[in-house]
Write a protein that binds this ligand. Structure first.
Ligand SMILES: [Zn+2]
Length: 266
């Protein structure tokens, strides 16, 4: 994994093609070492991808129609460019958010396998799905920024699952990752079980662009990458910090999002 982190660290525009190819090779090698593979959700042996056909068929990919701002799916098609009531009433600091799948039983199993089960072999597949969901955002982006872990949690878990996903999206698309541009300066408590207001308070002041990270962010169009979007408080905190540091645009790409159907004004 050290190699992968080094590769992620040296991703810069001139060396990009080479680094992306090397990263892909490392990810493929990780995949081969993980044999025999088991379905990440039900633990049945599988050939190839990380899910068996039964679990695969239960995955809920997010497609249009959705709110162009928040990426939350509509239950019916209100027409092109329509925003959800939520996006109009309480617009986020970030510009647009997209997610590959809904957060449900199957996607939760994938996220947990990557995060706690050391199923790093799942990252390339999850990265491909994220890259597909965010293709319009990625086409306009200068860099990817993974949502950082506090160093204490990083130390406990050994890797940041958001950085793994960002590296996989980068390998897929060639958009470089900038790693040290955003820091989690406050060790926040787990967001699970907190209300929306509590979540916002929990991440207040938690993220910071260090002075040596400002040059990498100023004037650039960046995409925050995370595994799951729940209330949006974490990416909101990150986006505010990046915009304060002079980022030209901040979009959000996640693997899975909690998605109650969005409402419209029509
Ligand atoms: Zn399965």
């Amino acid at each position: 994994m050290t190699e992968m982190r080094e590769l992620a660290g040296i991703l810069s525009l001139p060396r990009l093609k080479l680094a992306a190819a090397a990263l892909r090779a490392t990810l493929d090698a990780t995949l081969d070492l993980a044999l025999p593979r088991l379905c990440a959700a039900c633990r049945e042996p599988v050939a190839g991808a990380g899910l068996c056909p039964a679990c695969w068929s239960k995955l809920s990919f997010i497609r249009r129609p959705y709110c162009e701002r928040l990426g939350v799916p509509f239950t019916y098609d209100p027409g092109p460019g329509i925003l959800s009531l939520e996006a109009i009433a309480d617009p986020p600091a970030y510009h647009r958010a997209r997610a590959a799948v809904r957060f449900d039983e199957i996607s939760r199993a994938l996220v947990h396998s990557l995060k706690y089960g050391d199923r790093l072999d799942l990252a390339p597949m999850m990265g491909r799905w994220i890259a597909h969901a965010g293709r319009e955002l990625l086409a306009e982006a200068d860099a990817l920024i993974p949502v950082p872990l506090h160093w204490r949690r990083l130390w406990g878990r050994r890797f940041n699952q958001s950085a793994m996903l960002a590296a996989a999206v980068s390998a897929e698309t060639g958009v470089p990752v900038i790693d040290a541009a955003l820091k989690r300066v406050k060790a926040t408590v787990q967001q699970v079980g907190l209300s929306r207001t509590e979540r916002a308070a929990n991440v207040q002041g938690a993220f910071k662009v260090p002075s040596d990270g400002k040059a990498a962010v100023a004037g650039r169009r960046v995409i925050l990458v995370d595994d799951v979007l729940t209330s949006g408080a974490t990416v909101e905190g990150c986006a505010r910090s990046l915009l304060r540091a002079g980022a030209a645009n901040v979009d959000v790409l996640v693997f899975a999002r909690v998605a109650e159907a969005a409402r419209t004004s029509i």
